[in-house]
Design a protein around this ligand. Structure first.
Ligand SMILES: Nc1ncnc2c1ncn2[C@@H]1O[C@H](COP(=O)(O)OP(=O)(O)O)[C@@H](O)[C@H]1O
Ligand SMILES: [Mg+2]
Length: 163
């Protein structure tokens, strides 16, 4: 099987001086997979997305994105990985108000020559070969049927489990 897009093992994360929000033994997101991650409000979905995107740092454990261990990367290298390979769509969209629709959609291309090359066709084969993965989070379990696989954050996160 191809290398997973995201591979997490023994992840722990706490906001400053707080208790653990996440304690996840293992989590995988495969290339080409559309995965639905369901979790109650406040259960840590956005925190987990921030860790995968390299915006938040894991307290301990391994977070691999496209085969790279995020904690071994300097912040600038994490920014580069995100600019080149990750897209994040927020619930509130976070559009830039003074840009046009096209300007908003193509904004990531300004940060990543690699992405520009993919869009302009120089690397498309590469995109098809690797297969993009989609990770969608919501509290609404009724959306699960739209995805290849669904995972309940409450079942993989040992925080808050009542044995
Ligand atoms: N910036 C932050 N500082 C401190 N605590 C936070 C912060 N963001 C989220 N939390 C806490 O982390 C927990 C998980 O939050 P979050 O990841 O936003 O959950 P979800 O996205 O599933 O609603 C909650 O207890 C929340 O209060
Ligand atoms: Mg959230």
């Amino acid at each position: 099987m191809a290398e997973p897009v995201v591979l997490i093992s023994d992840l722990r994360f706490a906001w400053t001086s707080g208790e653990d929000v996440l304690d996840i033994a293992t989590f995988r997101l495969e290339a080409g997979e559309r995965l639905f991650l369901r979790g109650a409000s406040g259960s840590g979905k956005s925190t987990l997305l921030g860790i995968i995107a390299g915006v938040l740092e894991a307290g301990s454990g391994q977070v691999n994105v496209l085969g790279r261990n995020l904690s071994s990367l300097k912040p600038a290298a994490r920014d580069r990985l995100r600019a080149d390979h990750l897209g994040v769509i927020f619930q509130m969209f976070n559009l830039v108000p003074y840009l046009s629709v096209v300007g908003n959609v193509t904004l990531p291309l300004r940060f990543s020559p690699k992405r520009r090359a993919v869009i302009s066709g120089e690397e498309d084969d590469e995109a098809r070969r690797t297969g993009a993965a989609l990770l969608f989070v919501s509290h609404d379990a009724s959306l699960a049927s739209h995805f290849d696989r669904s995972v309940d954050l409450g079942e993989i996160n040992r925080v808050g489990m009542t044995v």
